[in-house]
Ligand binder design. Sequence first.
Ligand SMILES: Cc1cc2nc3c(=O)[nH]c(=O)nc-3n(C[C@H](O)[C@H](O)[C@H](O)COP(=O)(O)O)c2cc1C
Length: 331
Amino acid sequence: MREESDSKLMPQLNIGHIHAKFPIIQGGMAVRVATAKLAAAVANEGAIGIIAGTGLSVQALQEEIRKARGLTSGYIGVNVLFAATQFAQLVKAAMIEKIDFIVSGAGFSRDVFAWGREFNVPVFSMASSARVGKLSEKMGAAAIIVEGKEAGGHLGTDRSIFDILPEVVSAVNIPVIAAGGIMDGCDIARALECGASGVQMATRFVASEECEASDKFKELYLSSSPEDSVLIDSPVGLPGRAIRNRLTERLLEHKNLLSTQECQGCLKHCTHSFCILDALEKAVDGDIENGLVFSGEFFHRIKEILPVKKIIAQLIHEYEQCQKKVNWGQV
Ligand SMILES: Cc1cc2nc3c(=O)[nH]c(=O)nc-3n(C[C@H](O)[C@H](O)[C@H](O)COP(=O)(O)O)c2cc1C
């Protein structure tokens, strides 16, 4: 997996010791949406896989990393939300397992860069502005993942990725990865044209055979309409992009839903409006009415659930076709 690109058009992604054949990273998706099986399938195609650590126990994360290592020799990272109570334990456990890189998001951690230096593991920072991108570079980030408002899950901005991306690219001197609403090869070409070194895609990979979320979760992506993409107030203290269902309707009516659940203390700071761990676990296990189904804004552009191999082959094909179109106004 760790060889030169044989595609004439789609460039490699080089970040420190990482030299991936294709500049595509599969985004971390908690809880248990981005697991070893999905990450390894993506890495086996020459792209980069990420296991979501948030919401797992340290032991469960170690097992996922070992499972992924058994399934691929490609690059695998771990994503942990800074907001999680277990952030330090999960990040350090992944570093001890010699993970290829860490992605830290939803809040800013200075410590993670020190741990990265100690364990010699690169840290990629999530950012939604040039200011946070610059700060991350100064602290020692190996790359910046810039996320626009089109992304699924927690959001740090209401601006489009294509508005923020050029600002971050010109503010930093490390690789910039574009995330949010990248659904096909033309979107990848556009992001690279704007100066990104690669893209992070999550929503497209949910609708894959290897994603271990329940079939109901994946099918909701295919059966919902564009207007079903809604923003809720997450207990993390950030907006979260999800697909409309019974839970989001209740949340939009501002009904406090925590009272029925036992608090597990999963977040460092929680608004206690509802239990996000419980809601994400319900969704991934198939309760798509009472669970929280995070999704990017453009889920409706996905037409079928495919094997990862086919998704990546399609992305490469579309990218190459798109390269032939010179004027971005036409695509
Ligand atoms: C189901 C789901 C769960 C997510 N969970 C996380 C997470 O745990 N940590 C994180 O940093 N980003 C999370 N994200 C954001 C993705 O990693 C990614 O950056 C974003 O969704 C990219 O936009 P796209 O989904 O339009 O491709 C999640 C996204 C989805 C769809």
